[in-house]
Ligand binder design. Sequence first.
Ligand code: RET
Length: 248
Amino acid sequence: MDWENLWNWAGAAGMAAGVLAFAPALKRATNPYSKLSRTTLFFVPVIAATLYTALGMKQGSTVIGGEKVTWVRYVTWFTTTPMLLLQLCRLVHARQSVVVGLLLSNQFMIATGLAAELSGTPRNWAWYAISSVAFVMILLTLYGDLTREARGLPDDVGALFRRLRDVNAVTWVGYPVVWALGTKGFELISPAAQAFGYVALDLASKVGFGLLVLGGAAALERSGTYAGLAQQRSTRREEPESVQGMAA
Ligand code: RET
């Protein structure tokens, strides 16, 4: 039995279920702000279902130096991970400087993660370390700047943000762990166990996370009605001290 392939097809089925679960929610937006959040959320399982279909059909990998390199994972992560982070940013109406910093750290983490995947030992660990620094920056932003942005928003919006932030942090930590244990790391687990690990993490970080967003839909909609307010707040806060002083 080819367990690795079986897990990939299980991933495709799980993501397809996510697509079906998120699709009706697209129609339930009550304002343009939440509509955009719901639209980006919907495309996360769409892209992941595509990834697992490719993996199930044994595509998206290349043998380099006698080792199988599954590069397609990184191509899809490059698009899905910013969409997940955007859910958090949009919920709290984060300032542009925070959003751009967070997304650039994320893209850097995935790109250097691909470099780790493409490299042989010991260069793979150099890229792994570089990618991990970016990951730590992401976690620091989630619990620092982004958490501060959530202050002053209605209680239920803040509570939904904290729940999503924690689920995000916990599930994302699993990826570098599976990587380090897997085929390009210490090879402590089989390729099938690695495939299972990624499928489980992906279902939790994408479908589980998305269901939590939709479970807190009332807060998501209320957050949308704060868009104008947050806009004013963010422009005021971006101004340098001296300008504020002059205005006073
Ligand atoms: C790698 C290896 C190099 C070190 C680090 C990694 C982190 C990957 C992460 C991936 C998250 C993926 C998600 C996909 C869902 O669409 C690249 C495994 C830090 C955090 C959430």
